[in-house]
Design a protein around this ligand. Structure first.
Ligand SMILES: Cc1cc2nc3c(=O)[nH]c(=O)nc-3n(C[C@H](O)[C@H](O)[C@H](O)COP(=O)(O)O)c2cc1C
Length: 206
C-alpha cells in the first residue's frame, strides 16, 4: 500500500488546479517502485512540451535504485542531497542541447528555459499519476557529464528524484523539520507589475 501524501498544499490566495496546489518537493520517498507505464507517461509529457522553434533541446538519463546509473547520479550529489535522495527509486538527469539543430553552428539561447519547462510538464504528469518530483541543482554537473558520457554541446542542468511519497521518519533528523514545515511564497503583487517594473497591478492585490 502506498503511504498517503502529506498535506503540503499551497496556501494560495487565488484558486489553483488541484495538481498545482498539491505539488511540492518532498525529500522522503517510498521504496515502492514506479510502474514502467507511469515513467513512460511522464517522459511523454516532457516530449510534448513547447520549445523555442520546436528545438526540443531536452534529454534525460534515468537511473533506477540498485543500478549503475542510479549510483553514478547519486555520487554526483552534494552531501546535503545525499542525505535524502537515496530514498527515491528513480534519479534522473535533465540535460540540454546547447546548440540549435535547425540552424547549423548556432547556439540555442532558449535551451535552459525549454528544458525547465519540459521538467515542469513531466512533473505534473507524474503528479497526476500519484508521483512526486524533487529537482536538484546541488550536484556536480561536470562529474555527471563525465560519468554518463554526455557529449560535447550538451549541458547537464538538473538532477531529479522521482517516486511515491514516503514517511518523513525515514529522513535524517536535520531534514524532518523542513519536511513538515508549511511552504512559503512571496505575495503575487511583489511579482506581477502594471505600468512598469515595480509598479503595482491592482488586479493581483488580494
Ligand atoms: C532548479 C532547482 C534546483 C533545486 N535544487 C535543490 C537541491 O539541490 N536540493 C534540494 O533539497 N532542493 C532543491 N530544489 C527544491 C527547492 O528547494 C524547492 O522547489 C523550493 O524550496 C520550493 O519548495 P516546493 O517545491 O516544495 O514548493 C531545487 C528546485 C529547483 C527548481
Amino acid at each position: 500500500m502506498k503511504p498517503k501524501a502529506m498535506d503540503k498544499s499551497a496556501q494560495n490566495t487565488f484558486a489553483l488546479h488541484p495538481l498545482l496546489k498539491q505539488r511540492w518537493s518532498p525529500r522522503a520517498f517510498s521504496s515502492t517502485d514506479i510502474e514502467p507505464e507511469k515513467i513512460r507517461q511522464m517522459l511523454e509529457a516532457a516530449r510534448w512540451s513547447p520549445s523555442s522553434s520546436n528545438e526540443q533541446p531536452w534529454r534525460f538519463i534515468l537511473g533506477f535504485k540498485g543500478d549503475e546509473t542510479h549510483q553514478k547520479i547519486f555520487s554526483t550529489l552534494v552531501e546535503f542531497n545525499q542525505l535524502w535522495a537515496n530514498t527515491a527509486p528513480l534519479l534522473m538527469l535533465a540535460i540540454g542541447n546547447t546548440m540549435s539543430q535547425k540552424k547549423p553552428d548556432q547556439a540555442n539561447p532558449a535551451y535552459k528555459y525549454d528544458v525547465g519547462q519540459a521538467v515542469a510538464h513531466l512533473t505534473f504528469q507524474a503528479m497526476s499519476d500519484g508521483l512526486f518530483v524533487h529537482q536538484m541543482g546541488g550536484f556536480d554537473t561536470k562529474k555527471a557529464a563525465l560519468l554518463l558520457e554526455v557529449p560535447f554541446g550538451f549541458e547537464v542542468l538538473t538532477a531529479l528524484a522521482v517516486g511515491y511519497i514516503g514517511d518523513p521518519e525515514v529522513l535524517h533528523p536535520n531534514l524532518k523539520k523542513s519536511e513538515i514545515a508549511p511552504r512559503e511564497r512571496r505575495p503575487l503583487d511583489e511579482l506581477v507589475f502594471g505600468k512598469a517594473f515595480g509598479e503595482i497591478l491592482s488586479l493581483v492585490k488580494p
